[in-house]
Write a protein that binds this ligand. Structure first.
Ligand SMILES: NC(=O)c1ccc[n+]([C@@H]2O[C@H](COP(=O)([O-])OP(=O)(O)OC[C@H]3O[C@@H](n4cnc5c(N)ncnc54)[C@H](OP(=O)(O)O)[C@@H]3O)[C@@H](O)[C@H]2O)c1
Length: 356
């Protein structure tokens, strides 16, 4: 056996997507309890564009090296197993956890440092070694391209819906869920909420995307560009009661409106900040979503989900026959174009890179 295996990987100096470089390196063989995975599909997230552009700077506990291998969500195939590995064999299809140490309960500050594609080496490569318990099986019903969307976009949406309920008791019936935008987290949120029996209101800047959301089961759609007072519309649609659960993705310009249209005792999931981290009216004031996420406070500051919740979610997807929506699949060599496409916000659902 040759001592190393050739391994192409994308690297970033945190200076923008256009400066990503594809380099030829090598990987070693797996050590005890390790598994060498041949990456087959990578899902791209907003966070990846942010990290590569040097803007992922709101977690004091996460220190980034000056050069990183970006991206955290991948599916792949077990290529080689080290001594002592009991869970996996060559050929198994697997998913990687984006926070390698986050296995159950709530994430701790220390676990943030186990994030991959940021402090730790990411998955935009052909091969990567993982500890065996950082991997999960790919559900039979999903392709690798579909499965790789589950560990950030999927689990974030899952936790927004179910993270406050006891493990093993997904609910949703009778609830009105307000989802902002039509990106990766939002569309998985729509699918989960509809399969749970909830009523979904979704917002977007695009009527065409809203029509697609409607086709996926959204009950009500609001264009937040042509209806800037979308909070008032949510109140109207809910007879003044407000939404039970909000996927707050917008950040600075949307939080006040979300508070306006959430019901008394509702669940405000502070998930994102796609339209700004700072308050446009007060540059000194970091947006509430960012503050909530930073300390994972019970606002709820949503910060990914643990292994047992991923297992729970994958079962739910299997049982309901849910297929994650993939907007476009790019080739590995086109990762830059894929990230630029994601960063432009033109997509609906998830953008995936396929590794040969
Ligand atoms: N806390 C966590 O654990 C966690 C995990 C995953 C993601 N996130 C965060 O969640 C956010 C979404 O992530 P993602 O990966 O799903 O992003 P994405 O796929 O890049 O989605 C971006 C979408 O956001 C929508 N958007 C932009 N401005 C908006 C506004 N003012 N109001 C409503 N929607 C708006 C747009 O939808 P339209 O084109 O339809 O207008 C855009 O397509 C990001 O901020 C990300 O950092 C957090």
């Amino acid at each position: 056996m040759p001592p190393t295996i050739p391994n192409r990987q994308w690297t970033s100096h945190l200076n923008g997507i256009s400066n990503l470089t594809l380099t030829q390196t090598t990987t070693s063989h797996p050590a005890t309890n390790e598994v060498l995975v041949r990456i087959t599909a990578i899902s791209l997230n907003y966070k990846d564009g942010e990290t590569i552009s040097g803007q992922f700077n709101h977690h004091a506990a996460v220190s980034l090296p000056s050069t990183i291998v970006p991206c955290s969500d991948a599916a792949g195939q077990v290529w080689e197993v080290g001594d002592g590995v009991t869970r996996w064999k060559k050929g198994d299809r697997v998913l990687a956890l984006p926070y390698l140490e986050y296995k159950t309960g709530r994430i701790t500050q220390e676990m943030l440092g186990s994030g991959i594609g940021s402090s730790g080496k990411g998955v935009s490569c052909e091969y990567r070694i993982f500890e065996e318990d950082a991997l999960l099986p790919v559900p039979e019903s999903m392709s690798d391209e579909e499965a790789c969307t589950m560990t950030v976009a999927g689990i974030t949406a899952w936790m927004a819906m179910n993270g406050q309920r006891p493990l093993g008791s997904p609910g949703g019936q009778e609830e009105v869920v307000l989802i902002q935008g039509t990106g990766g987290v939002s569309i998985q949120g729509l699918q989960i909420a509809k399969a749970s029996g909830a009523t979904v209101i979704i917002t977007s800047s695009s009527d065409e995307k809203l029509a697609r959301a409607k086709a996926l089961g959204a009950d009500y759609t609001i264009n937040y560009k042509t209806t800037p007072d979308w909070d008032v519309e949510v109140l109207r649609l809910t007879s003044g009661r407000g939404a039970d659960i909000i996927f707050e993705n917008g950040g600075a310009p949307t939080t006040a409106k979300s508070f306006n249209c959430i019901r008394f005792g509702g669940l405000f999931n502070a998930i994102g900040y796609v339209s700004g981290k700072v308050d446009p009216k007060d540059e000194e004031k970091t947006n509430i979503n960012v503050q909530a996420i930073r300390k994972n406070v019970i606002l709820v500051g949503m910060l990914n989900g643990p292994r047992d919740r991923v297992v729970e979610m994958l079962e739910f997807y299997e049982n309901h026959g849910i297929k994650p929506v993939i907007d476009r699949v790019f080739k590995f060599e086109e990762a830059k174009e894929a990230l630029q496409y994601l960063w432009s916000g033109s997509h609906f659902g998830t953008v995936v890179v396929k590794v040969p």
